[in-house]
Design a protein around this ligand. Structure first.
Ligand code: MRU
Length: 361
C-alpha cells in the first residue's frame, strides 16, 4: 500500500545509538520526536504512554534492549547476557497488561542466549557480534509488525462492506503500531479501495486516545471520521449507524477473552445487544496461550490524577476525591464475533481456533 502518513511511531536513530519515538502525549497539537538513550527515559516513555499501543510498545522494547545493550561495555559474552536479562526485567516493569512488551523483551533475550551459545569464542569480538545480532532482531520485530498490520487489514476487510458505519474504541491505528495499525488497518485498506466507511471514534476516557489519536490519524488520512463521547456509543448503535465494531487488544487469553482499553467490554456488550458484530484485530504476538482466561490477565491500574486533572487546565473533580482508574478491561469471548490476526479470521470456539493459528506459524 502507498505511504499514507508523514509520521512514524517508533524507530532506531540513523546513527543506531538511540530509540526515536513520536511523543503521543503531545498529539494532536504538536508532532514532537524524542531521542532516547537512557534506560530510565525509555522506561518512562512506555510508562507514561509517550509510546503506546501493544505492538508499538513491543517494537520500542526491542529497540530499547538493542540500544541499551550497545552501550554496555564488557569483553565477556556472559556479562552482556546478564545485562540483557536485567534490562528485560527493568523495561518489563513499566506496564503489565500488553503482552507484546514481554513477547518482544523475551524474544530479544532469547536471541542473546542463542548467540552466546552459538559463538564458540569469548572476548570483545564475540560481544560485538551479539550486539549486532540484537540490532538485527530488533529491526526484524519492527519490519514484521508492518507486514502483520497489512495482513490483519486484508483479512478483516473481507468481513466488511462498502459504506458501513464502524465504531472503534481507543487507538489501534498507525500510532499504536509500526505499520497501518490493527483495528484501523482494514479502514485504511478500504479507504484506498473506495469503500467509503463512516467511522465513529469513541473519545476513550480518561486518556482520550480516541479523541487525540484515532480522530487525528484517520482525519489525516482522509477517512470519514466522527468523534463521539464514550457514553454516546449506545445511542449511535441504537440509531442503526453502526454495522461493525472493531478494536485492538493488549492481551488475548487462550479462551479468547481479550483485554483492551477500559470501556471496550461495555462496547462489546452493547454490540451484542444490538446484533452488531464485534471484531478484535490483533497480531499473534498479542495472543497469550499461557494465560488461560481473562481473569488471569493483570489489569494495569493508573493514578487517579489522570481522571481528575490530566488534560484539563484545572481539576475537574475535587483534588482529594477517591478514584479508581483501571486502564483496561476484559471482553469475555462470548461477546466477540471474530479475532482477526495476520494468519486469518479466528471464530469461536477460540480455544481451538487460536491454538490452531499459533501452531500454524
Ligand atoms: O493504554 P494504551 O493507549 O497503550 O492502550 C492501547 C489499547 O488499548 C489498544 O487498543 C491496544 O494496545 C491495541 S493497539 C493495536
Amino acid at each position: 500500500m502507498k505511504q499514507l502518513f508523514d509520521f512514524f511511531t517508533v524507530d532506531l536513530s540513523p546513527d543506531e545509538t538511540s530509540l526515536v519515538i513520536l511523543d503521543q502525549t503531545r498529539l494532536p497539537g504538536e508532532t514532537v520526536y524524542l531521542t532516547l538513550r537512557e534506560e530510565e527515559s525509555i522506561w518512562d516513555a512506555i510508562r507514561t504512554l509517550k509510546v503506546r499501543g501493544a505492538p508499538a510498545i513491543g517494537v520500542a522494547a526491542g529497540y530499547g534492549i538493542c540500544v541499551l545493550a550497545q552501550q554496555y561495555e564488557t569483553g565477556r559474552k556472559e556479562d552482556l547476557l546478564k545485562e540483557v536479562r536485567r534490562i528485560r526485567d527493568y523495561l518489563g516493569s513499566s506496564r503489565p497488561t500488553a503482552v507484546n512488551l514481554f513477547w518482544a523483551l523475551d524474544r530479544m533475550t532469547e536471541k542473546a542466549e542463542e548467540c552466546v551459545k552459538a559463538l564458540p569464542e569469548d572476548g570483545p569480538e564475540a560481544v560485538r557480534k551479539i550486539k549486532e545480532c540484537l540490532k538485527e532482531e530488533a529491526r526484524k520485530i519492527h519490519k514484521e509488525d508492518r507486514a502483520t498490520c497489512e495482513a490483519i487489514g486484508r483479512h478483516c476487510l473481507t468481513l466488511l462492506e462498502p459504506g458501513m458505519g464502524i465504531l472503534t474504541h481507543c487507538n489501534a491505528g498507525a500510532l499504536a503500531t509500526a505499520g497501518i495499525g490493527t483495528a484501523l488497518a482494514p479502514l485504511y485498506l478500504g479507504q484506498e479501495q473506495g469503500y467509503g466507511f463512516k467511522v465513529y471514534a469513541d473519545e476513550t476516557r480518561p486518556l482520550l486516545q480516541g479523541a487525540r489519536l484515532t480522530a487525528w490519524e484517520l482525519n489525516k488520512a482522509g477517512v470519514d471520521v466522527t468523534l463521539i463521547c464514550d457514553n454516546m456509543a449506545c445511542s449511535v448503535m441504537k440509531s442503526g449507524k453502526i454495522r461493525a465494531v472493531i478494536t485492538g487488544a493488549d492481551r488475548i487469553a487462550a479462551n479468547g477473552d481479550s483485554a483492551n482499553k477500559i470501556g471496550t467490554s461495555g462496547v462489546a456488550v452493547l454490540a451484542k445487544e444490538f446484533g452488531i458484530p464485534m471484531y478484535i484485530c490483533a497480531p499473534l504476538s498479542t495472543v497469550d496461550l499461557n494465560t488461560p482466561a481473562g481473569a488471569d490477565i493483570q489489569i494495569e491500574e493508573r493514578p487517579g490524577e489522570e481522571i481528575i486533572h490530566k488534560w484539563y487546565e484545572r481539576p475537574m473533580a475535587p483534588e482529594d476525591i477517591k478514584t479508581y482508574n483501571p486502564a483496561f478491561d476484559v471482553t469475555d469471548a462470548e461477546y466477540i464475533t471474530a479475532i482477526i490476526t495476520e494468519k486469518g479470521v479466528a471464530r469461536p470456539p477460540f480455544r481451538e481456533s487460536l491454538r490452531e493459528m499459533q501452531e500454524s506459524e
